[in-house]
Design a protein around this ligand. Sequence first.
Ligand code: ADP
Length: 276
Amino acid sequence: MDEPGHASGQRIQIRNVSKVFGEDTAKPFRALKPVSMDIRAGEFVSVVGPSGCGKSTLMLMVAGLLARTSGDILVGGSMVDRPLTDVGIAFQDHLLLDFRTALGNVMLHADIRGLPKGDIEARAKELFAQLRLEHAMGKYPRQLSGGMRQRVSLIRTLVHDPSVILMDEPFGALDALTRLQVRSDLEALWMRRRPTVLFITHSVEEAVGLSDRIFVMSPSPGEVVEEIHVDLPRPRPIALGDAPEFGHYVDRIYRQFERMGVLHGLSVPGRGGDEA
Ligand code: ADP
């Protein structure tokens, strides 16, 4: 049941989905042009694009938390018309509850959704062990570093074994080194169960380090301008910076940003770090 490579995810079909905020007002605002993505079951897909291009808006619509203006979204073949339940969602702010221990925070799902406590706790402990965090289970968020809190939040996202994972800049608040570590941890966890992941980031390096496929978006109102298949073996090394085949993908995306006027004066490709 836990074999590497086993696909447990669901296909996500996004067909001509767009968003206009305030449609019925005097000042409607187009946040997203029609966007289409067909994401295979078990695929890891990233969306990169400049701030404000509509990435979070797209994710909220996939989660069924925001109404779309046009188009269809299907998850596992079913139209999304209410909030998804078989989903793990992670945002930049880890939102752990101060008065619950790390394990208590992870168990929140079981408590709220009435899931079988014993099974979830066993899975939680397995995930704490995989992330080398057993010692943190009984600690409160204030006793943990930012990186540890983010990994606890990652465990909470994964603990009920969702078939779809939606992540919006989950590592944005972490320092560069911690970010590399958590990225690598996420890849390892994903490889074990293969949920379908839609990962939103403005870090080009992070997208290349994690993804099977990357959708590059234009500035606001966003649309998909390029789709890149990342043909690199897994698990990918933590320090990708010096590998030429990695740099090829990173450069390609930066060039696209340059063409769109998002970046200027790219005489030296912006490689080496993990920040966009
Ligand atoms: P990104 O995640 O790519 O940074 P967002 O999806 O958060 O972009 O936002 C896209 C655009 O839509 C931004 O200009 C943002 O200000 C606007 N926007 C987001 N949510 C709302 C809302 N509820 N009402 C009006 N405008 C919004």
